[in-house]
Every structure is written in structure tokens, then in C-alpha cells.
Design a protein around this ligand. Structure first.
Ligand code: NIG
Ligand code: FE
Length: 405
């Protein structure tokens, strides 16, 4: 059967083989090979190395000329909300004129306005929408994406969202506790209903559950109850926490040994210390902070204290309408004070860890053959070129899935 060989690469960069999640100082350990090749067979990397060590290859080999290019692992976007209909450009303009994200949500807009559009679109529409966003992510180098529900908030639409993410090849997360839909009296009544009527089927499709812990949405007590039920149903636990205010999401994540806590724009010193000493991954979403004009999350402090971080886009129509992990890497290096090496590990091997996927995120024999070829001899242009068109070719599962030419 045919092999795929990427040859004569100017440079290959991959996070080293420290156990995932990579933490603290080890996040800087990126292996570099100048004059490199990657060889794949049946969707799996067979060998990575210097051109001097390229073995002779009998049989059919499809070759990609890597001259002028550099290679990094396929990017992993571990936090997105791609299953939505409509847009929120009207609210974007209102916010530009001074309205706040919280005011819009409290007035029945925000997440709830996307909920109304998403409920109306139907299964075929949602499937098509998620596939379209998947392809846009792919063109930015994303070979694995997570996708959350949370814009249905009724049984049928939540399950349809999860199925649409699965159908597009994504990793579904049930964000059953994103907002309280208007047909329920309050957050407690909604959670009782969702746990009884949606969770059993959601747990058959999703791999994780997520909750938006925030003033005006779900408090810590409600989140504990929801996540406890989700864990019993076999789901990994994730939390949207400390986005706008610090109301106890970090202690809850540590108590429940959640897989990740995501956002952290409002996290103070105590939260940083607690998180860095735990096994909970901190997923940083600098586009959301930029988009809402919020402080950036304390990435440098988390890494310096020995924490495990990941980076993601948070792609959604309200707080982060951006599907580019290269843009996230630029923000990581300019706003979060991370190095390009730390940013690379955070959106490859550590993001894969957040999704429970140990088979990807590094360029090494035995890993899934997901490779991004950058149109530059130095891979750090990934972050250096702000919104630049740096992605030349994307190999996913051993096949060319995107080519700019
Ligand atoms: O991660 N904060 C909660 N959820 C999303 C935004 C969803 C929306 O505004 O539609 C976020 O920022
Ligand atoms: Fe989010």
C-alpha cells in the first residue's frame, strides 16, 4: 500500500516526548530537525528524521516536495462552539458602541439569540454548518477539533449538535449547562430536566461535559450537581470558568479533578497556584479576551508555577468569531508572554491531552499522521506572521486534506 513521504523539509519542529500534559519548563522543549523528512503509512507516522537517514523505500511512495517548507504536528483545537446557526454581527456592533456581553445575555440576547436561530435550522442545516467550519479550521492547520453543543438547550437540538460534530469528524462535548432557556423556571429546574432527559443520550455521543460557571448562568453548587451526574454517565469534565468573574470555578475544577478549566481571564494569584499544583489543564482562549476587551489570562504565571496549559480558539459567534489557531499562537506570544515553543505544545500535544487523545500532537513514529506544512523555512512564522497565510498543505490521517495550491 502507498506510503506518503514529505521530503527535503527545511525544518521540522515537534514537542518533545515528555509525558502529556506537558507542564512548566518542559513546554519549551521542542525538537528541531533541519533537512527533515516525515514518512507515513496507513494514517500513521512510520518515521521522522534527517534526510541523511532516509531509508530506501521499495514500492509505491507518494512524495511531497518540502523544499522551502517547515513541518509541525497537525494543530488540535480543543475548545470550539461550531454548531450554531445565524450570526451575532448586530450584537458585535452594539458592543462596539458600548454594550457589554453580560448586558446582552441578560436581555435575552447573546447565547439565547444563537439558541433561537440554532433551534430553527434543523439537522441537515447544522451538519452542513459544522462541516463548513471544520473545513475553515483545516485551512488554518487544525486537524482535530472539539465541538460543543449548548445552543440547543432542548433535547432534540442538543443531540443534533453533538451528532453534527461527530459527523464532521470532531470530538463532541455536551455543553448542556451553557445558559438557562426561557421555557424553564430557573437554573435548578433546567438542570433537573437536562440531567433526566438529555444526559442519557448525550453521554452516548459526547466524550465530555461542560458548564458555564458565571454570575447569572450557573453557580458552583449547580455546576457540582450537573458535573457529578455527567461523571456518573461516563463523561470527562470541563468547565468554562473565571471568564468574567472569579466565583469558585477553579476550586471546583480541582475538587472534581476536571480534565480542564477554560478561559481564566479573571483568575487571581490563589487560583493560579491552586491550578498549577493540580492535574487540571488550563485552556487559554486569548481571542475571547481580545474580542470582549477583557484582561488576558495569566498564562505566564501558570507556566512558571509548573502548570499544564493548552490554547484554543473558542470559535463561536459571540465572544470569539475566529477559527485560526495560528492567530491564537500570535496572541499567545504577544499578549500571554509565551514563547513560540510553549504555544506549539499548548495547541498540539496538550490540546490532544485535553481531548483524551494520546495518539496525536507530536511528530513521531506511531503517532497519527497529522502534519501541517508551513510556507516558510522557519516554523516560528506560525506565530510571527499575524493572520498570515502560512499554511501551505495539511496532511490528516496520512492523506493530503488541504492544499493552498
Ligand atoms: O466560551 N462563555 C460562554 N460561552 C462562550 C460564548 C458563547 C457565545 O457567546 O455564544 C465562550 O466564550
Ligand atoms: Fe467557550
Amino acid at each position: 500500500m502507498t506510503r506518503l513521504l514529505v521530503r527535503d523539509l527545511e525544518q521540522l519542529a515537534t514537542p518533545s516526548d515528555a509525558p502529556a500534559p506537558v507542564r512548566g519548563r518542559a513546554l519549551r522543549d521542542v525538537e528541531l530537525i533541519e533537512g527533515a523528512f516525515v514518512l507515513a503509512r496507513e494514517g500513521v507516522i512510520e518515521a521522522v528524521g534527517s534526510m541523511h537517514d532516509l531509508p530506501s523505500l521499495p514500492g509505491d511512495v507518494e512524495e511531497i516536495d518540502g523544499r522551502g517548507l517547515s513541518a509541525i504536528p497537525g494543530l488540535v483545537d480543543c475548545h470550539t462552539h461550531p454548531a450554531f446557526a445565524g450570526d451575532r454581527v448586530h450584537e458585535f456592533a452594539l458592543r462596539a458602541a458600548g454594550a457589554t456581553y453580560e448586558e446582552l445575555l441578560a436581555a435575552g440576547g447573546g447565547i439565547l439569540s444563537t439558541m433561537r436561530a440554532t433551534r430553527a435550522v434543523g439537522a441537515d442545516g447544522l451538519t452542513e454548518i459544522v462541516a463548513r467550519h471544520r473545513d475553515a479550521m483545516l485551512a488554518h492547520g487544525t486537524t482535530t477539533f472539539e465541538g460543543k453543543s449548548g445552543y440547543g438547550l432542548d433535547r432534540e437540538t442538543e443531540l443534533t449538535q453533538l451528532q453534527a460534530v461527530r459527523a464532521a469528524g470532531g470530538v463532541p462535548t455536551w455543553l448542556g449547562a451553557h445558559a438557562v432557556p426561557p421555557e424553564h423556571r430557573d437554573a435548578d429546574a433546567y438542570l433537573d430536566w437536562a440531567i433526566e432527559h438529555v444526559l442519557p443520550d448525550a453521554a452516548r455521543i459526547a466524550v465530555a461535559a461542560d458548564v458555564f460557571v458565571e454570575r447569572g448562568t450557573f453557580d458552583v453548587e449547580q455546576a457540582r450537581r450537573y458535573l457529578g451526574a455527567c461523571r456518573k454517565a461516563g463523561l470527562a469534565l470541563r468547565i468554562h470558568g473565571d471568564q468574567l468573574s472569579e466565583i469558585g470555578a477553579v476550586p471546583l475544577a480541582v475538587e472534581l479533578q476536571a480534565r480542564s478549566i477554560d478561559h481564566l481571564e479573571a483568575t487571581g494569584r490563589g487560583g493560579v497556584a491552586q491550578l498549577a499544583a493540580s492535574d487540571v489543564a488550563a485552556v487559554l482562549l486569548p481571542v475571547a479576551a481580545l474580542y470582549l476587551g477583557r484582561p488576558m489570562p495569566p498564562a505566564r504565571a501558570l507556566v512558571d508555577a509548573g502548570g499544564a496549559i493548552a490554547l484554543a480558539t473558542d470559535f463561536n459567534p459571540g465572544s470569539a468569531f475566529c477559527s485560526s489557531l495560528p492567530v491564537v499562537c500570535t496572541l499567545a506570544c504577544t499578549q500571554l508572554r509565551l514563547t513560540p515553543e510553549e504555544a506549539l505544545a499548548a495547541c498540539t500535544v496538550n490540546a490532544a491531552y485535553v481531548l483524551g487523545l494520546g495518539d496525536r500532537g507530536r511528530l513521531a513514529a506511531g503517532k497519527r499522521a497529522d502534519v501541517v506544512l508551513l510556507d516558510t523555512p522557519d516554523w516560528r512564522h506560525l506565530a510571527y506572521h499575524l493572520a498570515g497565510d502560512v499554511v501551505h498543505t495539511v496532511v490528516r490521517d496520512g492523506r493530503i486534506a488541504y492544499s493552498r495550491a
